[in-house]
Design a protein around this ligand. Sequence first.
Ligand SMILES: [Zn+2]
Length: 235
Amino acid sequence: MARAREAGVGRILIPGIDLAQSRRAIALAEPYAEIRVAVGVHPNDTAEWDEAALGKLRELARHPKVDAIGEIGIDLYWKTVPLEQQQHAFRAQLQVAAELNKPVIIHDREAHGEVMTTLREYAPPAGVVLHAFSGDLAMANEALALDFYLGVDGPLTYKKNDGLRAIFAAVPLERILIETDAPYLTPQQKRGTRNEPAYVRWVAEKLAEVRGLTLTEIAHATTANAARLFRWPES
Ligand SMILES: [Zn+2]
């Protein structure tokens, strides 16, 4: 937290990956005004998803620290859980988001088609961010047409990722969120070590370079975007 503050990080949203971690995120957030939480069951953790889990998620989602449902989605890279079960849990959690009028943080790994098909039908009205966006420009444009946000993190700084930089140079600035995906996707500067909130500054710096803007302009715009999606007071 000290390093995050030092780096100018004013607000942190911790997503859940399962019910236990969602509870831990809430506990971690309690003493810090600047930490907010999303609760959700990540596709790779949906093996045990059932009616009881749904009830627990609904309960957690009502906690005053909770601003969103996530990470939820589909992962066809690890395939730890059959696609049908992932879909089942994904749809149920989108339903919870719609019921409680919360936005969703979407995990999509090598599942662009499945995720977009589901979201075309079930995207909750409060909003959607495709976190760690990894699709092409056509998918970005479709997401933008549906009013989704695109999340960008450490890979924007990786040397080989000119394609990703081209997408984030082209899409409207008011649709971009910056993230860490900590402990994963550490920016180039510290690649190979554990990611942490302070390092989001390097994502912002790279985005500024890619868009020909200043770090301050990027910080203001992406902070305003997060505030709009997660309904934070702007400060
Ligand atoms: Zn993810």
